[in-house]
Structure formats: structure tokens, C-alpha cells
Design a protein around this ligand. Structure first.
Ligand code: AMP
Length: 583
């Protein structure tokens, strides 16, 4: 049976898992870690770095890196790295390619198929973009599933015999989703879901960085233009402070200089847990809306729930946990690591697709997270007004689903009609998202009021297909949504594939050393002038022996560099043991 990997393609981190020996297991990357930062960097010699090494590069060379690009999935926004331009799909495909290579190294065979997770609230364009990123990475995407659904699959897999209602709260790096579901003897039924595509842990870090800068009389956006190195490093400091507040009552943030360096005399700002909670309160307030909507849609009260489950790294924040505990009047459950539970669930979904015997008693049904419909006109006292939204599939309908509604021609002998397809909850289309349009031509002559049927089919991947046809003979006009900026012609897809294939990855076996090199280079500018010389010496030796390919001298140079860093009190957390330079 072909291996189908489960991939959590996250805003900040991505993970890959596989179902084997009756269990989902995580796949380590070249650093021996399960979390691969979703960051892409390109070195001066055009080699591509993905993950932790790119995260190091971002601190000193932010212009050679891109991160949080998941936020631009489904848009045609251009993202620059050096003199190259990418879309979010291109960059996501590089992250996926890196995970695929890690999986192949782990399994010792080619990996060609994947289940990829997306936020439940991702729209049609974002889902199609994710699927295309998979294809660009050389993966056949067997299924796109919602992140909270994947998390539910992990819980359901380990607790099949129960009968209960669960509520999943998923706050990742860039997106927020909540899902209500019922587990009953191995069957998982998603009842309702809601979310926000632009709310995640990164917003909490940004808000903190903006507050710190404000205290120094600076605005975040202006500072970003003027001193990108300062902002990039300050973000890293704020991220650390945010994490430190998990165990500590207060955290110190060191202020970098305009070159992004934290020198010995750097100013500091001390932040208490309470101050952090106050700074991020406006973000916590936004969490309430989708929770209330999901409970209402599922006709459920907090008291009806057995457990509230936290998923996504940002749910670790004490402020978030306290908010959830207050809202639901109970401590949330976190049996599985919130960073890992989605990827593990994707692997369970892969096992379901592959008919693995270990999941033969499991069934899962999901819902369409938003209402889908078309634009229609309405008559008001003989006045025709366009711009109204007619739902065809209501939100939280169980999928796959196919629904049909009719629209009518508005003038005599009208032969053409453009059907605009929207997603959203607004009464007017201007408040909803335009997904695309279907042109209907060749309507036979006749009076106004002739019917045209529109059928929406929403599949298990959350991808919409639209058909328009003339009742009663069923003459069909068009079957796919056209005319959104993301639809590429076959030639364009080929050209993108060729462009992405040209990019050369930094060799996997050396990436651990590249990460150490970038880390130590950053440290050179930060240690005192007295220590700088010894660090530079160790770094020079490391770089020379890395290039030489001599294993013995390389191993001792690496050891030497790590020892010098440790003796200077510089903590390096990326060490997974000595690695050959030549691989
Ligand atoms: P995910 O996309 O699920 O990997 O979530 C990543 C987000 O979780 C990032 O925005 C991180 O800043 C945040 N995060 C991870 N660990 C912690 C922690 N200990 N405290 C606060 N936020 C965290």
C-alpha cells in the first residue's frame, strides 16, 4: 500500500505524520525535531533553506526570508525574497517539499501522497491554493481536512468507545477555529464550526512588539520600514517573552539596536503576566464571537459538553486558558500536545483513506463551515435591486452535499446570465466573499421569468463545484467556477512547476550545520568585544572544515564552536549531536 502522509501545514510551524503499526507517529526533520518552522529563506548562492535554519537567517537577513505566508493563501499577493518573487502557494510548496524529503528519509522510500490540513474557516480559494501547493511539491493530495477535525480524529482514535459532545478550540500561529462535535462509538460527527482566518499567536506577538515599540515612541509599521532588522529581532524577543510567561510571572524583553543586535548595554522592558493579558485583551475578545456562533448553531450550551479541548501552540498562553476556563466554567483538556495533535489526526485520516484495519470501526462526517450562494436581484415596490445573497448551501450542513435552487431571467429573450458565487453570512453580497462566476449562455428565447437551476456540490475536501442547467431537459452550461485570479491555465501550472523545480534545496544533511553557522554569526555581533575574537576564531574553523569535507576535523570544529558558545553563556537549542559536513 502506498504511504499517505498526514501534513499540518501551519502558519508558524508545519508537521508531518504517518500511520504505521496501527498508530499515528510523527516524522522528525533533519534537526531531529517534529516542528518545522514554516519559513523559507534563500541564501546568497540561491540555495533554499526551509525551517529552523531559515528562522536563523530571518533574524540577520529578513529580506532573504518569508514567513507567515499561509495568511496570503488564495490571494495573488507577490512575496519577495531577494530578487525573486513568489506566491504563498509557491512558498508553501517549498515547505511541503521539505516535509516530503524528511518523510522519505524517515521511511526510506518515496512519498507521493498526502492528506493536508487547513483551518476550518479556510475558504474555497484558500483550499484550492493548498491543494495546488501540494501538487507543486510533487504530492497527490488525497484529502484536504479541517484542522480541528483532524484534532478530533486524534482524540476519537484514542477514545473510541465513548459517547460525548466535545468542543475544540484551535488557536494556531495565524488562524482561529472552533468546532463542536459528537463522538459516538467510533463515529465522529462534526456538528458546527466557525472561526477567523486572521487571528492567531502571531497577532499576540505583534501586539506585544507594537506595545514595546510604542513605549519607545515608535509605531510598528513605521519602524518596520525604517529598521527592519530591529523589528525582526524584537519580534523574536517578544516571542520568547510570550513563551516564558507560561511558567514565569514576568519576562524581560531586551531591546535590539537599529542593526537588530542586542548588545551588552541593551535596554530592557519587564512584562508581567497581567500586563501581557491586558495588552492582548482585544484579541481575546475576538475569540468569543466564533465560540458563541458555534454553540448556537449546534444548539448546545456549555453545560452540555463533556470536554473542551485545546489545540494549536497559542492555546498554551495562560491568558487564553484562563479565558476558556472562565467561559466554559471548567478546566480545558489538553491530553495531546497541542502542536502535534493536528498532524497526528491527518495521519489517522490517511489511514481511513487507505482502509487500514486499525481504523475500520471509525467513521467521520464533517460540515461546510460557511454559507454558499449566489447573487440575486429583488423587487421592491416595482423597483429591481441587485446585490442580494441567496444561500444555496447553509453553513454547518453535513458534507458531501449537493443542493439546487433556481434563479430566473429578468428580461424577455434574455439569452445570457452571469451567476456570481459568494461565500459568507451577509444578506448583501458586498459583505461576502466572491468566489467566482459561471457564465450561462444559450438560454432559449422566451418571456422574463424562465428558470435556470444552479446546483452546488461541496465535496469532502471542502471544494465547491457549481453547475447551471436549464430545467427540465437538464442542458448543462458550465461545471466549474471560473474567473478567479488564482485559476491558472495548464501552461501556467507547467511554468510554475518548472520555476519551482529549478530552485535547489540546501543539502538536507548539512542543514543542521548551516543553522549553527547562522546562529553563531548572529552571536558574533552580540557578545562583548573581548569574547568576539574567540567566537570568530571558532566560527572560521567551523566554516573552513564544513567546506573541506574532512569528517574528523569537522567534528572537532563543531564541538569547539559549541563549547565556545556555551562558555560565553550563549544558549544554542538546535544541537542534535555531531553531524557530518559532507553528509
Ligand atoms: P501552531 O501553528 O499550532 O504551531 O502555533 C504556533 C503559535 O503558537 C505561534 O504563534 C507561537 O507563538 C504560539 N506558541 C507556541 N508555544 C507557545 C507558548 N509556550 N506560549 C505562547 N504561545 C506559544
Amino acid at each position: 500500500m502506498a504511504d499517505i502522509v498526514g501534513i499540518d501545514l501551519g502558519t508558524t510551524n508545519s508537521l508531518c505524520a504517518i500511520f504505521r503499526d496501527g498508530q499515528p507517529v510523527l516524522i522528525p526533520n533533519a534537526h531531529g525535531e517534529f516542528l518545522t518552522p514554516s519559513i523559507v529563506g534563500i541564501l546568497d548562492d540561491d540555495q533554499v533553506l526551509v525551517g529552523a535554519a531559515a528562522r536563523e537567517l530571518r533574524v540577520t537577513r529578513p529580506e532573504r526570508c518569508q514567513s507567515t505566508f499561509k495568511r496570503h493563501m488564495g490571494s495573488d499577493r507577490k512575496l519577495k525574497i531577494g530578487d525573486k518573487t513568489f506566491t504563498a502557494v509557491d512558498l508553501s510548496s517549498l515547505v511541503l517539499r521539505s516535509l516530503k524529503v524528511d518523510a522519505e528519509a524517515f521511511l526510506g522510500r518515496r512519498v507521493k501522497e498526502a492528506v493536508i490540513t487547513v483551518p476550518a474557516y479556510f475558504n474555497d480559494l484558500q483550499r484550492k491554493a493548498t491543494r495546488r501547493a501540494g501538487e507543486l511539491a510533487g504530492l497527490r493530495v488525497r484529502r484536504i481536512i479541517n484542522e480541528p477535525t483532524a484534532a478530533a480524529l486524534t482524540y476519537g482514535f484514542h477514545d473510541r468507545k465513548s459517547d460525548k459532545k466535545l468542543f475544540i478550540i484551535d488557536l494556531g500561529g495565524g488562524t482561529f477555529d472552533v468546532t463542536l462535535l459528537e463522538v459516538f462509538e467510533g463515529s465522529l460527527e462534526i456538528i458546527s464550526t466557525a472561526g477567523e482566518s486572521f487571528l492567531g499567536g502571531e497577532d499576540f506577538t505583534d501586539r506585544l512588539a507594537a506595545t514595546v515599540l510604542k513605549g519607545q515612541g515608535l509605531e510598528l509599521e513605521a519602524a518596520e520600514m525604517k529598521s527592519p532588522l530591529l523589528v525582526s529581532r524584537l519580534r523574536q524577543e517578544c516571542e520568547l517573552a510570550k513563551r516564558r510567561l507560561l511558567d514565569a510571572e514576568e519576562a524581560v524583553i531586551r531591546l535590539p539596536n537599529s542593526r537588530g543586535l542586542i548588545d551588552e548595554g541593551a535596554k530592557t522592558v519587564t512584562l508581567t503576566r497581567q500586563e501581557f493579558a491586558t495588552v492582548v485583551q482585544p484579541l481575546l475578545d475576538r475569540v468569543k464571537g466564533p465560540i458563541g456562533k458555534t454553540l448556537r448553531d449546534g444548539r448546545c450550551e456549555p453545560a452540555d459538553l463533556e470536554d473542551v479541548i485545546l489545540v494549536g501552540g497559542a492555546t498554551r498562553m495562560p491568558a487564553m486558558r484562563k479565558f476558556v476556563a472562565d467561559y466554559f466554567q471548567r478546566e480545558p483538556l489538553c491530553r495531546f500536545n497541542p502542536d502535534e495533535v493536528v498532524a497526528l489526526g491527518a495521519a489517522v485520516q490517511a489511514a481511513l483513506i487507505a482502509d487500514d484495519a486499525a481504523v475500520e470501526d471509525m467513521v467521520m462526517t464533517d460540515v461546510c463551515p460557511f454559507t454558499l450562494g449566489v447573487e440575486v436581484g429583488k423587487e421592491f415596490a416595482m423597483r429591481h435591486m441587485d446585490g442580494y445573497f441567496m444561500p444555496i448551501i447553509h453553513r454547518n450542513t453535513t458534507i458531501p452535499v449537493s443542493c439546487e435552487r433556481d434563479v430566473v431571467t429578468v428580461s424577455q429573450n434574455q439569452q445570457e446570465m452571469t451567476i456570481r458565487v459568494y461565500q459568507g453570512e451577509g444578506r448583501r453580497v458586498q459583505d461576502n466573499l466572491l468566489l467566482g462566476q459561471v457564465k450561462v449562455t444559450g438560454i432559449p428565447n422566451g418571456p422574463a421569468g424562465q428558470h435556470v437551476s444552479i446546483r452546488f456540490t461541496y465535496d469532502v475536501n471542502g471544494i465547491l463545484e457549481v453547475e447551471a442547467f436549464l430545467p427540465p431537459n437538464g442542458k448543462k452550461f458550465t461545471t466549474v467556477i471560473k474567473n478567479n485570479a488564482q485559476d491558472l491555465t495548464e501552461d501556467e501550472v507547467e511554468a510554475t512547476l518548472a520555476r519551482m523545480r529549478e530552485l535547489k534545496f540546501y543539502p538536507r544533511d548539512d542543514v543542521v550545520n548551516q543553522r549553527l553557522l547562522l546562529f553563531a554569526e548572529k552571536a558574533v555581533g552580540e557578545v562583548s568585544q573581548y569574547d568576539r575574537e574567540s567566537l570568530e576564531e571558532a566560527l572560521d574553523l567551523f566554516e573552513v572544515s564544513m567546506a573541506s569535507g574532512d569528517r574528523v576535523s569537522f567534528a572537532s570544529a563543531r564541538e569547539g564552536l559549541l563549547m565556545v558558545l556555551a562558555s560565553l553563556g550563549v544558549h544554542y537549542d538546535g544541537d542534535v549531536g555531531a553531524t557530518d559536513a559532507e553528509g
